[in-house]
Design a protein around this ligand. Structure first.
Ligand SMILES: Nc1ncnc2c1ncn2[C@@H]1O[C@H](COP(=O)(O)OP(=O)(O)OP(=O)(O)O)[C@@H](O)[C@H]1O
Length: 460
């Protein structure tokens, strides 16, 4: 079969809150009352998408199986969030329709697609019927924990497609739902360890990243091109961001989709107060981070660096100086990565120094502070004739939105602090401020009391 210019084959139709500090921000907002508006575009252009018929105020009215409703309530959810209210009626309708769903970080996208996967499984068959891909093993493991919690009262069987999880020679996977990262998923499908003949739902979480040609696009497309072509598979793409350059590819990847979109100026939630600190130079950034330590441990915090070696360097230095911090990045081995994120999730570590590996999706409610030790930058290829080389000069707006979205989850308050240390980084931050339309306030670096005051105020 021929592939087209975009590499497609014929398109297929349609916590554990824990022992963290005692001054945590309370979930102070009911998301159902949230002010952000979404635009709903229906695939078949039939009906008024703003009619109440297309939204669900309660989980009961979705016609879910009793076992799934029990799972939802057991997780402590009482009402659908805004994205769930708008997306679930469309996701669960028959015949199944593809969906491109966008809503801000921490607003409940996971539950929307997990419920869809669970509600479409035929539990009388021991075959794989839903696949879900995520950009990191940490996120795949988190999604799996939602599948397991929500499916607690069903007979759902699950399996991972992440590195080092499926022992060599352990035989075919027959689990109903497989969650993983694209490289391992491709590998297991190629070796026919995963058989997708009965597949009904295919989900991409963090879909803009999963489809980006500079990201995981090629690997994701390989998985897509191995899906069955003799029956429709419902394709669901979810993210808080869908930059213009992936939007049209996304529409081709999930043809005939219903779409839920955010306005550009509403990409990040209002509960996150954003600050910056003027540092004198790289070394001063380190000094400031150390001075912030007491504040970082009020709740939990994530410090983002551009490079693995920076994360390792500052965590080693802080540890040597008697501070308790952990570092996590993609060069660590899988078992170590799992232990580090699990300890952080359980509140055993309060400060996590990391890279973009956990910039997306990670949901740890106790995280009330995010520090951009380095601003997120995008790799730009040189326009020269050789096409070789490139540079990191432009701010990566999407990654910024996802990074700060690790705090302020589901209506909670959180703060983010950017370290700027020269003209270039200042201009990059100015660009972020302009594009996201959200004010970034200055905090004085040599006045610790003011620093503490402003932060406590922001978390109230
Ligand atoms: N209806 C609900 N009622 C109460 N809590 C909910 C509800 N839906 C989701 N949550 C909680 O909200 C938090 C954020 O949800 P989730 O991780 O799905 O956000 P997200 O939209 O996928 O964010 P991101 O864009 O960062 O991936 C989770 O802790 C989840 O348990």
């Amino acid at each position: 079969m021929e592939k087209d210019a975009d590499g497609f084959y014929t398109p297929v139709a349609p916590d554990a809150a824990s022992q963290a500090g005692d001054r945590l921000p309370a979930p102070n907002a009911d998301l159902i009352k949230s002010t952000f508006e979404v635009t709903v575009t229906l695939a078949d252009q039939q009906g008024d998408p703003n009619s109440p018929l297309f939204s669900a105020k309660t989980f009961e009215e979705l016609g879910l199986h009793q076992d799934l409703l029990r799972g939802i309530y057991d997780m402590g959810f009482s009402k659908p969030s805004k994205i769930q209210e708008r997306a679930l009626p469309l996701l669960l309708a028959n015949p199944p329709t593809n969906m491109i769903g966008q809503s801000q970080s921490g607003t409940g996208k996971t539950a929307a697609f997990v419920l869809t996967m669970l509600s479409r499984i035929d539990f009388t068959k021991n075959t794989t019927q839903a696949l879900c891909l995520a950009p990191s093993r940490e996120l795949a493991r988190q999604i799996m924990s939602v599948v397991v919690s929500m499916g607690k009262f069903t007979q759902v069987q699950t399996e991972y497609a992440i590195k080092d999880n499926h022992a060599r020679g352990s035989g075919p996977i027959t689990a109903h739902i497989v969650v993983g990262t694209p490289g391992t998923m491709t590998d297991l499908m190629r070796k026919r360890i995963i058989d997708v003949a009965d597949l009904k739902v295919f989900v991409l979480d963090e879909a803009d990243n999963m489809l980006d040609q500079d990201g995981l696009g090629d690997q994701t497309l390989r998985v897509k091109n191995m899906l069955p072509r003799d029956h429709p598979v419902q394709i669901l793409l979810f993210s808080a961001t869908f930059p213009d350059h992936v939007r049209s590819f996304a529409s081709k990847f999930a043809p005939g989709s219903n779409k839920i979109e955010l306005q550009k100026e509403e990409l990040s939630v209002t509960g996150i107060r954003q600050f910056y600190m003027d540092c004198k130079n790289e070394e001063h950034k380190y000094d400031i981070l150390v001075r912030l330590y007491a504040l970082l441990t009020i709740g939990q915090s994530i410090i983002f660096c551009q490079h693995k070696h920076t994360a390792d360097r500052i965590s080693a230095r802080m540890t040597a100086e008697g501070h308790k911090v952990a570092s996590l990045h993609g060069a660590k081995d899988p078992a170590e990565r799992d232990a580090i994120i699990d300890n952080f999730r359980d509140g055993k570590e309060k400060v996590l120094i990391t890279t973009n590996v956990i910039a997306r999706g990670i949901d740890i409610l106790q995280v009330n502070m995010v520090v951009n030790y380095d601003l997120p930058l995008m790799y730009e290829r040189s326009s020269g004739s050789s096409g070789e080389g490139g540079h990191f000069d432009k701010p990566d707006i999407e990654t910024y939105i996802h990074r700060i979205g690790r705090t302020g989850r589901f209506g909670r308050r959180g703060i983010s602090i950017n370290f700027v240390h020269d003209k270039k980084t200042w201009l990059q931050m100015e660009q972020i401020e302009k594009i996201t339309g959200r004010k970034i306030m200055r905090i004085e670096t040599n006045d610790v009391d003011e620093m503490e005051e402003k932060m406590k105020e922001a978390l109230k």
